[in-house]
Ligand binder design. Structure first.
Ligand SMILES: Nc1ncnc2c1ncn2[C@@H]1O[C@H](COP(=O)(O)OP(=O)(O)O)[C@@H](O)[C@H]1O
Ligand SMILES: [Mg+2]
Length: 374
C-alpha cells in the first residue's frame, strides 16, 4: 500500500496544500503547532473514516471556512485509486472512490490501510479498557469492513436498550419488558460476533507481538495478548453460539441492576484485553521502558498482521514518536520499518540525518516546503 499524494483544502490550519509522498520515508518537520499532525490526521482519516483526535467533524474545517476537502491518490494491489472526502456544514459527506460516490462511510474503510502511531498510544498498556478496545476496533475494521458495520449496529442497539432501561426506571410495564427482551437478544447476537473476531485477532497479534518484543529488546521476555470478555467465557471463543448464550444470560439475569443504573452493564462495550509480560499483567508490573516497548511492538505487529491478511503493508504514520525513544529502540524502529512506506513527523531536524532516502518537508503555518535531504 503506497500513498502517493494527498491534497488538503481548508483542512485544519491548511488552507491549500498538496504533499507528494515518497514510497519510502517522508519526513514532515517543523516547530510546534504548525500543522504536522494535521497532515497525518488527514491521511489517517482515509484509513479510519474518522479522526483519531477530533471529537466533532466540524473541528476539521479550517476556522472561518465552511467546507474542507481532502483527496488522496494511493496504490493498492498494483492499482492506482483516488479517495476523497468533504466536510461541510460541520458534517462529513459520503466519500468518493475513483470519482464514484460510496453508499456508506464504512464502504471506504479497508480500501486504504494505515497504522498510526502517536504518543497517546503509549497509554494502551496503562490506561483503561476503552483505549484498548479502540485499538482493536480500529485495527480490525481496516481488515474486515463487516466488523465495523456489526459494531455500528451493536452501538445503535445499545443506545436503544439504554433508553429503554431509563424508561423502565420511571415505571416498568409488560410492553417495555417485552421490548427489552428483544433488544437483549439482538445485543447478545452482535456481541458474540464481535467478541469472537476480537478474540481471534488478539490471539494472532499475541504471537507476532511476542516475537517482535524479544527482537527489539534483545531479551527473552515474552508478551502475550488475550481478549477478556466476561469470566464466564473462560477464554474460549471457539463457539459463537455459546458466547451468545453467555452474553444473553447476563443481560437477562441482571435487569434489576441495569434498570437501577439506567444503562447496559454487560457486553462487548465493557470488554478488555489483557497484556501480559512474562505471565504478569503489564498494566501493573511493566516498567515505563517496558510499556513503551510493548506499545511499539503492538503497533508494528498490527502492521505485520495486516500484511499477512492482505498481502501488503499498510502505510505507517509515526507522529512525533522518534524523539520519545531511546537510541536503541529508535534504531530498531527505523530499521524495522524499512521496505514500508512511512510518514514521520518531528520537531527535531536531526531526524533528517538519521533516515536516508525519501522526501522531507518543512511545515510552517499549514504550508509544506520541500527540502533537500543532505
Ligand atoms: N479547524 C482549524 N482551523 C484552523 N486551525 C486549526 C484548526 N484546528 C487546529 N488548528 C491549528 O492547528 C495547529 C496545530 O496543528 P498540529 O498539526 O497539531 O501541530 P504540530 O505541527 O505541532 O503537529 C494549531 O495552531 C491549531 O490552532
Ligand atoms: Mg503534532
Amino acid at each position: 500500500m503506497i500513498c502517493k499524494r494527498i491534497e488538503y483544502t481548508d483542512f485544519r490550519n491548511i488552507e491549500k496544500e498538496a504533499l507528494d509522498l515518497s514510497p519510502e520515508t517522508t519526513i514532515l518537520y517543523g516547530k510546534n503547532a504548525q500543522g504536522k499532525t494535521n497532515m497525518l490526521e488527514g491521511i489517517y482519516l482515509f484509513a479510519q473514516g474518522k479522526s483519531h483526535r477530533a471529537g466533532k467533524d466540524s473541528e476539521l474545517v479550517r476556522f472561518g471556512a465552511g467546507r474542507a476537502e481532502l483527496s488522496m491518490k494511493y496504490v493498492s494491489g498494483g492499482r492506482e485509486n483516488t479517495l476523497s472526502l468533504v466536510i461541510e456544514d460541520g458534517k462529513r459527506k459520503l466519500p468518493y472512490k475513483n470519482g464514484i460516490k460510496l453508499d456508506r462511510l464504512s464502504e471506504m474503510i479497508g480500501n486504504f490501510r494505515a497504522v498510526l502511531f502517536s504518543p497517546e498510544h503509549l497509554a494502551i498498556v496503562k490506561s483503561g479498557p476503552s483505549e484498548r478496545r479502540a485499538f482493536l476496533d480500529v485495527a480490525i475494521s481496516q481488515l474486515r469492513p463487516v466488523y465495523m458495520r456489526t459494531l455500528q449496529r451493536y452501538n445503535t442497539v445499545l443506545l436503544q436498550r439504554n433508553s429503554l432501561l431509563k424508561s423502565m426506571k420511571q415505571g416498568a410495564s409488560p410492553s417495555l419488558t417485552a421490548s427489552l427482551e428483544a433488544w437483549s437478544e439482538q445485543l447478545a447476537e452482535y456481541a458474540a460476533r464481535i467478541a469472537v473476531v476480537r478474540a481471534g485477532y488478539a490471539e494472532k497479534l499475541s504471537g507476532i507481538t511476542s516475537e517482535l518484543y524479544s527482537d527489539m529488546t534483545g531479551s527473552r521476555e515474552t508478551v502475550s495478548v488475550s481478549y477478556h470478555g466476561t469470566s464466564r467465557i473462560g477464554g474460549d471463543y471457539g463457539d459463537e453460539a455459546r458466547i451468545r448464550t453467555i452474553y444473553k444470560k447476563q443481560l437477562t439475569e441482571n435487569v434489576e441492576r441495569e434498570v437501577l443504573a439506567g444503562s447496559t452493564q454487560y457486553g462487548i462495550h465493557k470488554d478488555d484485553f489483557d497484556i501480559m509480560l512474562n505471565g504478569r499483567e503489564a498494566k501493573f508490573f511493566a516498567s515505563q521502558g517496558q510499556q513503551r516497548s510493548i506499545v511499539l511492538t503492538l503497533k508494528l505487529a498490527e502492521g505485520e498482521y495486516s500484511k499477512l491478511e492482505t498481502g501488503e503493508y499498510p502505510v505507517f504514520l509515526l507522529d512525533d514518536i522518534l524523539s520519545e525513544l531511546d537510541p536503541a529502540r529508535r534504531s530498531y524502529v527505523i530499521s524495522g520499518i524499512k521496505e514500508r512506506q512511512v510518514v514521520i513527523t518531528s520537531c527535531d531536524t536531526s531526524v533528517k540525518r538519521r533516515i536516508k532516502g525519501g522526501l522531507s518537508y518543512y511545515i510552517k503555518a499549514g504550508s509544506a516546503a520541500r527540502v533537500n535531504r543532505d
